[in-house]
Design a protein around this ligand. Structure first.
Ligand code: MN
Length: 433
């Protein structure tokens, strides 16, 4: 058996590790034939098109559609001639999976349908370096959870008390808050240092100015692929039917603004100036080989949060920091499996009160920190609230992020000789406007 399977997840032929493509793919590529994620690109003056990617080549799905390669899958003729993936996602899992399976078939070594058509290949396959990748999804609503126990423990230890680091609700509720969708940007977007009110303990009254404690948060996000109506709830056993795929997610944070503003209603301007996501949405089906069991949950969770099977994912996550004009330094290596609450529990909790969800909604995991200090998912934790500096390759030191720094997050799973990657979410910080 070449694939880990669960009751929910029958064998997926496109995931077969023995598949080889007639397109050259480097061994360390994030995008072998077994991945085939979806995104949106723009080239020159052409309008945006929906694409997949293999190796270093974007695959223009609109051209393939026009040439009849998706015959037999009932799709609107303009479903790939779009600014966002939403209309494609809205066609439903059966069809989006059929497109991924068909692409896989067309790209296999033994398949001649596309391989032999040289003129057409030039229109379909475009070097990724020649295109601009756009925000893949029009995000309607965005929720950020707080699902890593180590992260919650670290923050609680720093700001309250290591003996009572977790608040009493934490192991009963997948804690979250509603974020801001309008400022979600794609990898590559430059971000100005935000300004706001801060007040340190020493200051008698607040001051206004650029944040001095700009931070990243290493997160993963899932994109909803099926809507519900107000009043409906999604059970944990059905939750994955509602999940299209995953991206890397950086939930930028201004810690000094956050400290002053967050009582009593939680994060506001410290979080909503920007959040960034990677341009490729890796399908839930493509990450099936990386399923792992979650931690034992003690105390027992309420019935609506119970689940069966493997709902966590073994995905390596890394954060790199690169000062202007210098090389990058890996500052953290964590893993998506370092979550206490999984995607099924998050979606069940989000909807248990009848809150409706829509195609294109984004649910972020919260900062993902592991046990070891080198696996912490934010500068707040890596520098332990600004008390111990992180030294970079160029000998410069960081407590938080400085102007000109580029923060890059990468992620990949690896099983049976196949590496399924997420590409990267990489953004440079500019000085305050
Ligand atoms: Mn967050």
């Amino acid at each position: 058996m070449w694939l880990l399977t669960t009751k929910q997840q029958p064998m997926i032929e496109a995931n077969n590790p023995s598949l080889k493509s007639w397109i050259h793919v480097k061994a360390d590529s994030d995008f072998p034939i077994q991945n085939l994620p979806f995104g949106v690109f723009k080239r020159d003056q052409d309008s945006p098109k929906v694409a997949s990617i293999i190796g270093d080549h974007v695959i223009n799905l609109h051209v393939l559609m026009q040439e009849g390669f998706f015959e037999g899958i009932e799709l609107p003729s303009d479903v790939f001639d779009q600014n966002y993936l939403n209309p494609f996602i809205a066609t439903g899992k059966e069809k989006t999976n059929a497109v991924r399976e068909r692409l896989s078939e067309l790209l296999r070594l033994e398949n001649q349908e596309l391989q032999t058509k040289n003129d057409l290949k030039e229109k379909v396959f475009i070097p990724v370096a020649e295109v601009e990748m756009l925000l893949p999804v029009k995000v309607g609503d965005y929720t950020d959870f707080y699902s890593s126990e180590q992260h919650a423990f670290n923050v609680g230890s720093m700001f309250r008390d290591p003996e009572n680091a977790l608040l009493p609700n934490w192991k009963h509720i997948p804690v979250g808050y509603h974020g801001r969708a309008s400022s979600i940007v794609v990898s590559g977007t430059e971000i100005h240092r935000p300004k706001g009110q801060t007040k340190s303990k020493e200051q008698p009254s607040p001051v206004f100015g650029p944040t001095k404690r700009l931070d990243f948060e290493l997160e993963m996000a899932f994109i909803v692929g099926k809507s519900t109506s107000i009043g409906e709830s999604v059970a944990t056993k059905d939750a994955e039917d509602f999940i299209f795929g995953f991206t890397l997610f950086n939930d930028w944070s201004a810690r000094d603004i956050q400290t002053w503003e967050y009582v009593p209603l939680g994060p506001f301007l410290a979080k909503n100036f920007a959040s960034s996501m990677s341009p490729w949405v890796v399908t839930l089906e493509a990450v099936a080989p990386f399923r792992v069991s979650g931690p034992e949950q003690d105390p027992k969770v309420l019935d609506y949060l119970t689940y069966q099977g493997d709902a966590h994912f073994d995905i390596n996550l890394e954060v790199f920091m690169q000062p202007e004009g210098s090389q990058e330094t890996k500052v953290s290596a964590s893993n998506y499996r370092n979550l206490y609450w999984n995607i099924r529990q998050q979606l069940a909790h989000q909807t248990v009160n009848g809150c409706n969800i829509n195609i294109g909604d984004l649910y972020a995991s919260g900062t993902i920190s592991g046990k070891n200090p080198d696996s912490f998912g934010s500068m707040l934790e890596l520098s332990w609230n600004g008390t111990r500096a992180v030294t970079l390759e160029d000998e410069s030191q960081r407590l938080f992020i400085e102007d000109g720094d580029t923060v890059t997050m990468r992620g990949f799973g690896s099983r049976n000789g196949v590496r399924i990657g997420f590409g990267e979410v990489s953004n440079k910080i500019l000085k305050a406007k």
